[in-house]
Design a protein. Sequence first.
Length: 301
Amino acid sequence: MSQYTSAKLITPPREEESIYPYRRVWRSLTIELGVLFALTVLIYGAVGIAGFGVPRPLSGGLNIALALTPAALWGIFSLWAERRVPEGRRHLLGIAVISALTANAIAIPVLDWLQPAQWLTFTGVFDRILGYAFTVGIIQIGLQYLVVRFITWPDAYRIREDAIAFTTASAVGYITVLNLYAVWVDAPNADVVALRVFTNTSLALLAAVVLAYGLAELRFQPKLYYTLPLTLLIAAVLIGVGITFRTNFSSGGFVLGVGGTRPLFGLGFSAGLVFAGMLSMLFLFNVSERQSREAREGRGE
């Protein structure tokens, strides 16, 4: 008997590594936002800084493609990835489609009627944050909450990350319609579209993760009944903060004597906000999961 065979017989067999049955939502979110940010920088650098001109016959198609980019990234790294795991999540495409329909049928007409930008332009920063929070923010988060709650509650929730998968699917469907609407109405240059798509999408995804935390706590810690309304409020205020400062950075003039730098400040603010916000939510999700695990172990489950 060879030395290798003897060693193989003496050594106890290893237990096969357990396969994680669900898509890792945080990884998908990181990839999608990273690719979208890189594409935004590329487009802005080529068109806004280097002055690369997009031929007029192609500009409309490019703008639409940019508006659809978040949905395409979500389809590749989230929706399609669900099919490659043992226990993929259901209802994601339906949530995205219904959220898009509600954005088109309810959100856009209501916001066109309210016209918050018209009466918030000359108010103070704090008033603008609250104004956008209780118009754009409440409508956006409220509709997404209703869609997700109606389709998934409560049987579709197995782990806390399920809530993130559902709410981000809703956010992608909702914000895609708003991005397409903005492109259709304004027809801006490709660099402006790229910046707007990133700021809108990153803010919507951050607010969706905040909403997901409230849904997860309601599902797995129902005694903390106040968490969901609190997260709804925080998500709406985050949208108000994002819109207010994006508008400030995008409006006119020179910054430190250098013309045209405000959009880059807006991009940096949006990226910083979503980075800090996502890290904070990851921490909260991990704390909640650890507390639940310790409670189960204490009960001997």
